[in-house]
Design a protein. Structure first.
Length: 364
């Protein structure tokens, strides 16, 4: 389904079928406007009026397949559309974090044409990765990350779930493709990258198999997979919701610590990050304890965290090579990679990967 397919008749049927509104109440007015900066799917805010008083919402966010062929192909091949639909159907009700309520979810058998009718959490303040976050906002984000990770920590229930437990397939693809993607990224953005960053990025991508070996030594749980400022709302629902988490199309059964490193590394400038990082990790760990995770010490978190510092590079490079190019995308993906490499350098992350993967020491 695409943005042009959203119409009063379709939405009226969906809302009636799902029990969101009574069938005797009809949509009488209907307006749509695009929102967000999504690279893979399109989000449309839809406002409606009804023929009679009703408790049904007067606005929704409807998320549909991208009109851009390159983005649509990426959404299909990476199972992004399927994962987000299944997340709202199967996982969201059990998390201890605020996500939009899902009124309706559908996807075709080719995992390409999909639609989500979601709660509209405006007024809210959208996060913006290029603008960054305050330390207080990041503290709130890592606290909510514990609410994502805690309920399914080490879950035997999720292991083997076909659409979610895909790390072996997903990581094998990235192991194969990342050197090529990185070469293309450097060729495209060479003037925006320092020589030191190119050197470290090349060393990492040449050893990306060791990165995934290191991740396999860590506890698995629900991982958002793209947990960054662009995918959260602050002060949502008019301030009633301090932080809501959006865009679950990259959800995967994998180490939760990667979400934390990814958000911290992408949301704070390096100087601010260095000054606040230890306290933020302690706050996240307290959140895990509060959600019943008792078999993962702070020392283990500190051991694993440096590995995740490369995730902004992994996602930034892959996205740059897979989705339709835009000016904002250029700025975002190069910033993600530069911040990731500074983050990894601060933590000597290549050496930590080597230690956890059983390889010899590497320092760049």
């Amino acid at each position: 389904m695409h943005a042009s397919d959203i119409c009063p008749t379709w939405l009226d049927t969906v809302l009636t079928t799902t029990g969101t509104k009574d069938g005797t109440v009809a949509i009488t007015e209907f307006a749509t406007s695009p929102i967000g900066t999504g690279q893979v799917a399109d989000s449309i805010r839809t406002t409606v009026s009804y023929s009679a008083p009703t408790s049904a919402p007067s606005s929704f966010v409807i998320k549909v397949t991208s009109d851009k062929e390159q983005s649509r192909a990426a959404g299909r091949s990476e199972l992004n559309y399927l994962r987000e639909v299944r997340f709202y159907q199967d996982i969201a009700p059990n998390l201890q974090v605020r996500v939009p309520r899902c009124h309706h979810a559908e996807i075709d058998s080719n995992n390409t044409e999909f639609a989500l009718v979601l709660e509209d959490l405006t007024p809210a303040r959208p996060g913006n990765q290029l603008a960054g976050c305050t330390v207080g906002e990041v503290r709130l984000a890592v606290e909510q990350a514990a609410g994502i990770h805690g309920p399914y920590w080490g879950s035997a229930q999720l292991a083997g779930t076909p659409w979610l437990d895909i790390s072996d397939t997903y990581w094998a693809r990235f192991t194969e493709m990342m050197p090529e993607w990185w070469a293309g990224f450097v060729d495209r953005y060479r003037t925006r990258l320092s020589a030191a960053d190119i050197e470290l990025g090349t060393a990492f991508t040449e050893r990306i198999a060791d990165y995934y070996t290191a991740l396999r030594t860590m506890p698995f749980t629900i991982q958002h997979g793209d947990y960054r400022p662009d995918n959260v709302l602050f002060d949502a629902a008019g301030g009633d919701v301090p932080l809501a988490v959006l865009d679950w199309q990259t959800v995967i059964f994998a180490p939760g610590v990667v979400d934390v490193a990814y958000f911290i590394g992408g949301a704070l400038d390096p100087e601010t990050r260095r000054a606040s990082e230890a306290e933020l990790l302690e706050h996240y760990h307290r959140g895990l304890l509060a959600h019943g995770v008792t078999d993962y010490s702070l020392a283990e978190l500190m051991r694993d965290y440096p590995v995740g510092t490369f995730q902004n590079l992994v996602i930034g490079v892959a996205a740059a090579m897979l989705v339709a190019r835009s000016d904002r995308g250029d700025d975002l993906f190069t910033a993600m990679v530069a911040n990731s490499l500074a983050h990894a350098r601060d933590h000597d992350a290549l050496a930590r990967i080597a230690a956890l993967s059983g390889q010899g020491a590497v320092h760049v």
